[in-house]
Design a protein around this ligand. Structure first.
Ligand code: GTP
Length: 360
């Protein structure tokens, strides 16, 4: 639903280095990685716009310039975009504080820039206003909460604690990386130094008696911070499982961008994306993978659940499963690279007999 009852501003945090997605994030920051044919961030911006939120401030640091080069003033998306650059990364809480001067509305939606989510932003804002909370957190119910810190709430929805990761958490609610802040609360975050919103700001506010409210949700949610999750998120977008209004083509089992070529007898399935100018050779099989622009896949090669950076080349008969190839990497014919293998930009592996199952 659309936000009603007064405008809100949005802040999107996009300044992280994305180390878990290296080597892809050596050439582009995580929110700018091509995902279902557009930069990942486009999907989140499309959801903000669909909720009627138009003033969006991006908190940038790592590779700050590329965001403005691509999105400009946001007019093409129906947005008014502003950019605030941190000379030194200020971490999540410091980044939120750092954009305070640009905010105008009393309520501010703050989102991590690497989350795919179907949460209803209008309902999130409405819950915040009804509760008259200082901060409302989107809390996602997940199947395996032991992989995350958890956030219990009481019968009225008030947050009662922020708990570290434990094998048996008392609740399946986790911090989903999207919040509504009362603007004055942002001003109370210390300025000019690193602050973690998760580890410092929220526990500090709770200890000081602030009203932190939980908006508990079960719709689609994915943090695309790892290669595995990135591949899954992209495939979910292509197949219409993850919500977006930014797809460049119709949803389906695969997305072929302009000038992509798939030879006769090759298959592209599982929500895979074949980038502009990329070529998939005869008899090759590409499943649930992301091929950036100008990738070349040789005949009879198999590429499953992998991300291939721009201009990467894969030789005939090679098998890649759960692999990340940096831009311009070249893998010869008849190689086999398995889950977790990462090949750095421009690296070359010669034909045959190469088999890696860990970082390469
Ligand atoms: P990893 O290095 O792989 O953990 O990724 P990351 O650097 O993106 O860190 P993380 O996933 O924990 O960050 C969550 C969100 O906050 C992402 O959208 C980041 O872009 C953003 N973020 C993290 N640190 C900073 C920072 O210092 N400044 C700004 N502006 N954003 C940040």
């Amino acid at each position: 639903m659309k936000v009603s009852g007064g405008a809100v501003d949005a802040v999107v945090l996009v300044g992280g280095k994305g180390t878990r997605l290296r080597p892809l994030t050596l050439s582009a920051p995580k929110p700018m990685l091509p995902t279902a044919g557009v930069p990942f961030l486009s999907h989140l911006l499309s959801r903000l716009r669909a909720a009627g939120i138009t003033h969006v401030v991006l908190g940038t640091s790592y590779r700050a310039e590329v965001f403005e080069e691509f999105f400009g003033d946001g007019a093409a998306l129906g947005l008014e975009l502003e950019y605030v650059v941190e000379e030194e990364p200020l971490d999540t809480g410091g980044a939120i504080r750092n954009v305070h001067e640009r905010l105008r509305a009393d309520d501010v939606v703050v989102c991590n820039g690497d989350i795919l989510s179907g949460a209803d932003l209008g309902a999130l804002v409405a819950a915040h206003r009804t509760a008259a909370a200082d901060v409302t957190l989107h809390l996602q119910r997940v199947a395996d909460p032991s992989r995350f810190g958890s956030v219990p709430t009481d019968g009225t929805g008030r947050v009662t604690a922020f708990l570290e990761k434990t094998p048996n958490p008392p609740t399946d609610q986790i911090n989903a990386g999207c919040y509504i802040f009362r603007r004055s609360v942002i001003e109370s975050i210390p300025a000019g130094r690193r602050v973690s919103v998760e580890r410092e700001t929220f526990p500090g506010l709770l200890a000081a008696g602030a009203h932190l409210h939980g908006f508990v949700d079960t719709s689609y949610w994915l943090d695309v911070g790892t290669p595995d999750a990135f591949v899954r998120g992209s495939a979910d977008l292509v197949r219409g499982v993850a919500p977006t209004a930014a797809l460049p083509g119709a949803c389906g089992d695969a997305l072929l961008l302009a000038g992509a070529t798939v030879a006769d007898g090759a298959t592209v399935t599982g929500g895979a994306t074949v980038g502009a100018g990329a070529v998939v050779g005869a008899g090759a099989r590409v499943d649930g993978s992301v091929l950036f622009d100008d990738v070349e896949i040789g005949e009879d090669a198999v590429v499953e659940h992998s991300v291939l950076g721009r201009g990467a080349r894969v030789g005939a008969g090679t098998v890649l499963r759960g692999v990340v190839l940096g831009d311009g990497a070249r893998i010869g014919a008849r190689c086999e690279l398995l889950a977790g293998a990462r090949v750095w930009p421009g690296a070359e592996l010669s034909d045959g007999a190469v088999r890696f199952s860990s970082d390469a």
